[in-house]
Design a protein around this ligand. Structure first.
Ligand code: ZN
Length: 457
């Protein structure tokens, strides 16, 4: 049988990354993500795997976002027995995200049972999440590791979140396959930039921002302005934020503003147990830090602890700010406002004119974040209709994903074109536009797989 690469997720959409590599008698799965967003997408999580988990030889993980690892507990529950490879920092974050994802699944099943769906079962339990975590084996960047039948692979830095990596796989016939995972931005704070790669035979690359360039906005200026307005009007700034990456970058920028004397002493609440734990991981992972961060930490600065920050771990602490008045920043998950504690804060404060909602990343179709960003005057939150009177703001430059120009810059490092470049992890408009651009500017062969499409290598 010919070597092949099949796409069972993040195909013409941004979640559920799951790509199956087959060569000789071996099968390697790259990422095993949860489908998120619309109901149709989420329903895919309940479908049986489109391959037999028992027949997989290895799973290689690019990073610990749930849309890349969130189906691992189900994979292990359904019979996968082999190793799950990741970088050490990815394992650290997976220890936070997988049990959390399981708790959400269990909560969801309880809700469904209450609503009369008597047989509703969680997709997986916390126990399943811990069983999956036991299968992790870690590998640092640049360390080559064997796969069956003489194949091998190595991790390259992806610069997306702590621990994020591209997997560069050398097949037994010598062909090299590069799976980008999610590609980060150049010059983002704290962690190192995406590594330059100049050759592979087959490239699979994400395309989240394939049709857009992040505004060339100055993050510090914009944050300063919003915080200044909040100070003047006594506003609560609600920041739906991804717990991993985005929250730490915000803390880093608040600290920068404070050190430059550009920020009033506004209380900052990190209302997310996961973000708090992730912040500790970010502060400790020296091997991931970029030069600025290394130097600053060496000088004794706690870059991720601006003055006035409070970390709210338990629910009671979270509730204690419900009726708080005056200027403040509340950073809380989830980043697309489709779950988590931020939803409670939005429900309470969206109808107040002085509230400022600050989005800090991509808002997928079907999420509350997307509806707010598109300016809907009224939204439904936990069964209640809420008038949106708050001011909606967006900080595009904080995205953890490379934009179109950055992707083209990164692709520009290649000395010879890959035989085929597969675009994954993007909505159709973004993918079509990026494909067009790559064909026109680089003259490369580009394919955009649909769910279930398989390509001979
Ligand atoms: Zn990601």
């Amino acid at each position: 049988m010919k070597d092949s690469l099949s796409f069972f997720g993040a195909a013409r959409t941004v979640t559920g990354s799951r790509h199956l590599l087959q060569y000789g008698k071996s099968k390697v799965l790259i990422d095993c993500g949860l489908f998120q967003g619309s109901k149709a997408a989420r329903d895919r999580n309940d479908d049986p795997f489109p391959f037999d988990p028992k027949e997989l030889d290895a799973v290689v993980i690019t990073h610990a976002h749930v849309d890349h690892i969130g189906l691992l507990p189900k994979l292990v529950k359904d019979g996968y027995r082999g190793p799950i490879y990741s970088t050490p920092a990815t394992l650290g974050i997976a220890r936070l995200t997988l049990p959390d994802s399981a708790r959400l699944q269990e909560e969801d099943a309880r809700h469904r049972r209450k609503r009369g769906e008597l047989n509703a079962q969680p997709l997986y339990t916390e126990e399943d999440a811990y069983a999956a975590l036991k299968k992790f084996k870690t590998l640092t960047y640049g360390e080559r590791h064997d796969l069956p039948e003489g194949a091998s692979w190595v991790y390259r830095r992806a610069g997306h979140i702590l621990g994020s990596a591209m997997a560069e796989i050398a097949l037994p016939d010598g062909d090299i396959l590069l799976m980008s995972g999610d590609l980060g931005r150049y010059n983002a704070p704290i962690i190192q930039d995406p590594e330059e790669v100049d050759f592979c035979d087959y490239l699979t690359i994400e395309s989240t921002y394939g049709n857009r360039d992040h505004e060339d906005e100055n993050i510090l200026d914009k944050l300063e302005r919003i915080l200044h307005d909040a100070w003047q009007t006594g506003s609560a700034v609600l920041v739906p934020s991804f717990a991993i990456g985005r929250t730490q970058e915000l803390l880093y920028y608040f600290k920068k503003l404070q050190m430059a004397g550009r920020m009033n002493r506004i209380p900052i609440f990190i209302d997310s147990p996961m973000a708090i734990s992730a912040t500790q991981l970010y502060a400790q992972a020296k091997e991931e830090h970029d030069q600025d961060m290394l130097v600053s930490v060496e000088e004794g600065n706690s870059e991720l602890e601006p003055e006035g920050v409070s970390f709210l771990r338990d629910r009671e602490q979270s509730k204690s700010i419900n009726f708080r008045q005056g200027p403040m920043v509340i950073i809380s998950g989830s980043g697309m406002a489709n779950g988590g504690r931020i939803v409670h804060h939005l429900l309470r404060r969206l109808s107040q004119e002085e509230t400022i909602v600050l989005f800090t990343g991509y808002q997928a179709e079907g999420t509350l974040g997307r509806r707010l960003l598109e300016g809907e005057p009224e939204v439904s939150i936990m069964g209640q209709e809420v008038q949106v009177r708050a001011r909606i703001e967006k900080l595009n430059a904080l995205s953890a994903h490379a934009d179109r120009n950055e992707m083209l810059k990164w692709l520009g490092n290649f000395k010879t074109p890959p035989r085929t470049t597969f675009l994954v992890h993007g909505e159709p408009d973004a993918q079509d536009a990026l494909a067009e651009k790559i064909r026109a500017e680089l003259g490369w062969q580009v394919a955009i797989p649909e769910f279930g499409d398989s390509y001979d290598l």
